[in-house]
Design a protein around this ligand. Structure first.
Ligand code: F6R
Length: 365
């Protein structure tokens, strides 16, 4: 059932080119430079009335929402905010008819996300689900949405659901962008980039052996930092979450600029710093932060864009991802970090598919 892989997690990481192709297939209109997401159940008038996007989720799904926030703002000029689903419910969420609420949940059963969906429905917002499990409670209660089509995710640590969530969020953002400031040409360009995601991910997975090799340098530490800026900040959070949940290494994800406001005090000789420094706006600033870490003796692993020798020169080790649109590159960058976490956990002899204290679906608040 693991298809020859040692763990479900590794199998699911390798399935991503296929699961992403399934999430994307039939949903892009190259001619109009837009996306076709019929499950959203929106007319162009509905779309025009939306003036804010509120993204809800927990854990890895929350991190997908954080990437989505950049996409809605950058592409569609839409005010976007992300709420941890539990928090959303226990404050007084100021939402109403002009808000598009996107509930993100692989299982579609997470209690906090479900409660937030009920609250948003109650307040009359335009609520949709981004679920993987067909017919799940959140999918049913939202009544509209976009299924991920990632296929069953068995490993407790979420991998292919995350990358499909981001791909679908990019398609929703593209659709909204086209009704706003995005031209047909811009839309066509992004549609082609989204269509190439499976290929970008395949090229990243092709480095599996090399990642397994460099993971040895990071398996003996009890702490690690992940840093990134812009849309790579949520990728840093997701990389840290993956590492801590399966390897039990204490990992922190930080915005690269935030390090010197406190956490840099923890760096010692050999502390691992994983810098997501792909070629996106702000990369030079991230490289500057890498330099500050190096000066404190940190060992730096960079996730960089293929061919970027300038960035490579800052790093002790590198994982290269294909050159692509910045938002799209969050997907291969995350795949690189999934493989890194996997190999570190394997070297440490951890129960990868069933980490201690965790359950696949969290149905209590
Ligand atoms: C981490 C992980 C969890 C889930 C979270 C939400 O790898 O799997 O953080 O992402 O429990 O689950 P869903 O997406 O099913 O609502």
């Amino acid at each position: 059932e693991k298809g020859g892989y040692e763990h479900f997690m590794l199998k699911e990481i390798h399935e991503q080119p296929e699961s992403l192709a399934n999430a994307i297939r039939g949903r892009l209109d190259f001619n109009l430079g837009s996306s076709v997401l019929s499950g959203m159940g929106t007319s162009s008038r509905d779309l025009a009335e939306i003036n804010r996007v509120v993204l809800l989720g927990c854990g890895t799904s929350l991190h997908a929402g954080l990437v989505g926030e950049y996409a809605f703002e950058d592409l569609a000029d839409l005010h976007a905010e992300v709420h941890q689903a539990a928090e959303f419910r226990y404050r007084n969420p100021l939402i109403g008819r002009s808000d598009l609420v996107v509930a993100i949940s692989q299982s579609g059963e997470t209690a906090d996300t479900l409660a937030a969906v009920r609250e948003a429905n109650q307040k009359g917002a335009f609520v949709m689900g981004l679920c993987n499990v067909v017919g799940s409670t959140i999918a049913r209660e939202t009544g509209r949405g976009v299924y991920l089509h990632a296929g069953p995710e068995i490993s407790v640590a979420s991998t292919k659901a995350f990358t499909c969530q981001v791909a679908v969020l990019l398609m929703i953002a593209l659709k909204l962008a086209r009704g706003r400031r995005y031209s047909r040409e811009q839309g066509m360009h992004l549609a082609k980039q989204i269509d190439s995601i499976p290929e970008f991910v395949r090229a990243t997975i092709a480095q599996n052996e090399a990642i397994a090799e460099l993971a040895r340098h990071y398996a003996d530490n009890e702490h690690a930092f992940f840093i990134g800026r812009g849309c790579m900040y949520p990728v840093a959070l997701e990389g840290a979450l993956k590492l801590k949940e399966i390897s039990y290494i204490h990992a922190e994800g930080y915005h690269a600029a935030e390090l010197k406001h406190g956490p840099i005090a923890l760096l010692e000789e050999g502390t691992p710093v994983i810098a997501i420094a792909t070629d996106i706006p702000g990369k030079d600033k991230t490289l500057g932060n890498v330099e500050e870490c190096r000066a404190r003796g940190a060992r730096i692993l960079g996730v960089i864009t293929e061919g970027d020798e300038e960035a490579a020169a800052y790093m002790d080790d590198v994982i290269r991802v294909p050159a692509c649109d910045p938002l799209v590159s969050t997907i291969p960058a995350t795949v690189a970090l999934q493989l890194l976490a996997y190999h570190i956990a394997r070297i440490r002899g951890c129960e990868i598919d069933q980490p201690r204290n965790l359950a696949k679906s969290v149905t209590v608040e």
